[in-house]
Design a protein around this ligand. Structure first.
Ligand SMILES: [Zn+2]
Length: 342
């Protein structure tokens, strides 16, 4: 429908996408790695950042700080419209059918994730079962809660259809060849043809947005990236070594970069620095810190203690010390030795 299309055009053009850079080494013909220094975003994606407003105030995705300051005083006492999950889910279904066609496969997982693709009904059965298992595992002594609001998940079976969607609605290439999450629109878009690892990564973002809204990007992306290569355990999920390891290994083996690629660098790192010129290395550091902690049974005690005590522990160093018995500086040599052995 024209109105729906217009809506998509408007929001895709105006909104900031969360390019998660869940990107293995470049595939033949892909332009991803053209951005040097590990930017790992397509030229259109360079400079596209996660919306801070979406992160800090997930229920007010379009209200920036300036807007909030300029709101008239009486706005605070106006009655608020209660959020209607059923209506929101219905809206996502309508949008999906407008984008994928009337025969689109649209299913709701865990009440809030509206997963859709161009195939006929039942075509997403296997993927949805993986999503269900991942969400069960994520909330089993790991993350504290799932999003309360609906999240649209668009799964394209190929690069061609995925890229066509981005070009149709934003006028340019997708910000990642694998997938991305737009917090301002609560929408995950991805090419599922390249594997489900990007989906298990992207699902983490709306969860962290809800569970730990103050979380810095490094721990948000670290936990998300952990599940790019994963296996299910009894009621749980574990991340395994993946394509991000060589970048980190190069750094910890380098006399020049070894000190920078240490744990103290992550703690207190701003989002801007995380997504700066060493983004690929930062992703790898965060991801392998999470895998190292998880292998020791310390990741979730650390995450939960940080989340629950953020006001007095904004960098997470106290939570890290409680979980591991070490400061980041004390743990760093042992962690780097583990990275080299991995
Ligand atoms: Zn991500």
């Amino acid at each position: 429908m024209k109105t729906t299309i217009s809506c998509w055009v408007a929001f895709l053009a105006a909104s900031t996408a969360w390019a998660c850079t869940s990107n293995p080494p470049a595939l033949p013909g892909q332009s991803f790695e053209r951005v040097s220094g590990g930017g790992e975003v397509s030229p259109q994606g360079a400079g596209v950042k996660k919306a801070q407003s979406g992160k800090r105030a997930p229920n007010r995705p379009n209200a920036g700080p300036a807007e909030a300051e300029q709101a008239p005083p009486q706005a605070a006492v106006l009655p608020r419209t209660a959020y209607d999950l059923d209506a929101d889910v219905a809206r996502w279904k309508t949008r999906a059918q407008a984008d994928f066609g009337e025969v689109a496969s649209v299913e709701v997982v865990a009440d809030v994730f509206v997963i859709s693709g161009p195939g006929r009904k039942g075509s997403l059965k296997g993927t949805n079962r993986t999503v269900e298992r991942a969400l069960e595992a994520y909330t089993n002594d790991r993350f504290g809660r799932l999003p309360a609001r609906a999240v649209g998940v668009y799964l394209f079976p190929s690069a061609k259809s995925y890229d066509a969607f981005c070009r149709r609605h934003s006028g340019g290439a997708c910000v990642s060849v694998y997938g991305f999450y737009m917090p301002s629109q609560r929408l995950i878009v991805m090419n599922i043809g390249l594997g489900v690892g990007t989906l298990t990564h992207e699902l983490v973002h709306p969860i962290v947005e809800t569970d730990f809204p103050e979380a810095p990007d490094w721990i948000d992306e670290g936990t998300a990236s952990l599940f790019e290569a994963f296996g299910f355990t009894k009621g749980g999920i574990r991340g395994y070594k993946n394509w991000r390891h060589p970048r980190l290994l190069r750094a910890v083996q380098s006399k020049q970069d070894k000190a920078y690629a240490g744990l103290p660098t992550l703690f207190g790192m701003s989002d801007a620095v995380f997504r700066g010129e060493n983004e690929a290395l930062h992703y790898a550091m965060a991801r392998y810190l999470c895998q190292w902690l998880d292998s020791r049974g310390q990741l979730w005690p650390f995450y939960q203690a940080w989340r629950d005590n953020y006001a007095t522990d904004p960098t997470g160093e106290k939570a890290f010390r409680v979980a591991t018995g070490m400061t980041p500086a004390e743990a760093s040599p042992e962690w780097q030795r583990w990275v080299k052995r991995l």
